[in-house]
Design a protein. Structure first.
Length: 537
């Protein structure tokens, strides 16, 4: 069962002296008075300032500096980010909920090494010849390489290591050499460990396009031995019938850890017609994640603080998700918990708004393509649930009213809207670009540099306080405020009855029109933010 708790301020402000000072300085705010004086889009947008968002971004940047330059889930930097959100919400008058859940944590502290000890001394290159599998255990092991149900012949259908019987003659203490094929890397590694292997090397198929070293994942911390992904050539090099002895050195952390979502609700509004707005709070391990996704988290927090001066018709529930970078785990946990334990509360969600990377330095104003008019349903574009087209139109209309261009990006399932649209909840949101490259046409419309990534520091150490466009923050935070306030007052353009999310025949919006035929403005090429996706078989 999901555990809910609110950390005691005296405990969590003491994570480190430096971090504590940062948080205390950042949270010396006067609690907002619950007086309905920000209850129009214009008033709320005037209250929501780029300076207010920047204050939160600076806090996230400092938190990372104080905690090994990261805010990734499973680290002290993420815990401090959680505490900062909770502190600010409480100062503003909210009673936030911290939702705890377990997740598989992995970090490689230094590159793995592979050496051949005999019949000749040889050192292999990382990552050219091999690399650590995600969720490989740490270790410094030596052993004779023993091929498991393979002679290295190129094939896409190898079952090498897929069954425990493949290891019937495997000598304990050896290192298993396994070919990539038809089952998961995790299963191969588990079978090797059960057979007494002290390490495993899984080499590529050898077929066209599958020859290089494998950057793979075991899926979770399923083994306690080092596991490497290797090129097909390396697999053949180690496949000596007389026996090759190697040494594997792996320096990793692979274990189940705890992380958290943070949620807060407005004191007023219809609890049977809830407007949700969320952003993921975690960074990747490589850096502070000030744009990805401090920008979305800070914008939602700034709006939440100013929303205490609004008396909404519909309750607004703000969310900051954990472990998004590992596969949307926080939002998946939240939605799955409602599906299993409180389906009525799930049905009460009128719509979900997602804000992931809204301050990219070389930005474009992307709006999720809720009606699939620009990106029809297919690979890379999921169907927008009934009502999503209306959310898209609302954003385009807002930008149009400000004389600002906007265009679509698909529902690719690559951010925290994914679990919501899977349950038929109308969704929409904003995005300013990640590693995709700005086109000449986009540069003419939005400014910036053509031929350059929207965010050159995407998933890198340089995603710090210097990696944010304040122009983008100013424009997008206003759009965030407008959207949340609009639906806080009236969701009927999305869900018709104004009660919960709509239930429509498959392929139809809440107004009865077929999906994929809605009207939008904008258009053009797209890009979307993603956590790393690695082949697991």
């Amino acid at each position: 069962m999901t555990q809910h708790h609110r950390p005691h301020a005296r405990r969590w402000l003491g994570i480190s002296a430096a971090a504590g000072a940062t948080l205390l300085l950042a949270t010396t705010v006067t609690p907002a008075v619950a007086d309905p004086n920000n209850n129009t889009s214009r008033k709320l947008r005037e209250a929501v300032s780029a300076e207010g968002v920047a204050e939160h971004l600076k806090a996230f940047d400092q938190i990372a500096k104080d905690h090994d330059d990261t805010r990734a889930s499973g680290t002290k930097g993420y815990a401090a980010s959680r505490d900062y959100i909770v502190e600010r919400l409480e100062a503003a008058g909210y009673s936030p909920t911290v939702q705890e859940f377990d997740f598989p944590f992995f970090r490689e502290n230094s590159p793995s090494k592979l050496e051949q000890l005999s019949p000749e001394a040889k050192t292999y290159s990382n990552p050219g010849d091999f690399t650590s599998m995600t969720y490989s255990s740490a270790g410094d092991v030596r052993g004779t390489v023993v091929a498991v149900d393979t002679d290295g012949t190129p094939t896409a259908s190898s079952t090498s290591g897929c069954e425990q019987s493949d290891f019937s003659t495997f000598p304990a203490g050896a290192i298993a050499l396994i070919q990539r094929g038809t089952c998961t890397f995790g299963l191969k590694a588990e079978n090797a460990q059960k057979a007494g292997a002290v390490g495993a090397i899984i080499f590529n198929r050898g077929t066209t396009g599958s020859t290089g070293s494998i950057a793979g994942t075991l899926g979770s911390p399923v083994v306690t031995i080092p596991v490497l992904g290797a090129s097909h050539a390396l697999g053949l090099d180690l496949m000596d019938p007389k026996g090759t002895e190697v040494r594997i050195i792996s320096d990793t952390e692979s274990e189940i850890r705890k992380t958290w979502n943070v949620l807060a609700e407005t004191a007023h509004g219809d609890t049977e017609n809830v407007v949700m707005a969320g952003a993921h709070l975690d960074s990747v391990l490589a850096g502070a994640g000030v744009n990805d996704n401090g920008s979305g988290s800070a914008s939602v927090l700034e709006v939440a603080e100013q929303m205490t001066k609004v008396k909404p018709v519909n309750q607004v529930r703000f969310a900051w998700w954990g472990a998004e970078e590992l596969g949307l785990l926080g939002s998946e946990h939240y939605v799955a918990d409602l599906v299993e334990n409180d389906p009525e509360k799930l049905q009460d969600i009128a719509l979900y708004l997602n804000f992931d990377m809204v301050g990219s330095p070389n930005y474009v104003r992307f709006v999720y393509d809720g009606d699939n008019s620009r990106f029809p349903v297919g690979p890379g574009a999921a169907e927008g649930p009934a009502g999503s087209g209306a959310i898209e139109k609302m954003f385009h209309d807002y930008f149009g009213s400000q004389k600002l261009a906007s265009e679509e990006t698909p529902f690719s399932g690559r951010s925290d809207y994914g679990p919501f649209i899977a349950e038929g909840i109308p969704a929409g949101g904003l995005f300013t670009g990640a590693e995709g490259v700005k086109t000449e046409a986009q540069a003419k419309v939005y400014g910036g540099e053509a031929g350059v990534a929207y965010d050159k520091c995407y998933h890198k150490a340089c995603d710090d306080i210097t990696n944010v466009s304040m122009d983008a923050i100013d424009e997008m935070s206003d759009a965030v405020a407008h959207a949340i306030l609009t639906y806080a007052m009236d969701t009927r353009s999305v869900n018709g009855s104004g009660k919960g999310h709509p239930v429509s025949p498959p392929g139809q919006h809440s107004d009865g029109t077929p999906t994929g035929t809605g009207t939008t403005s904008g258009g053009g090429l797209h890009d979307d933010h993603d956590h790393d996706e690695r082949d697991a078989a």
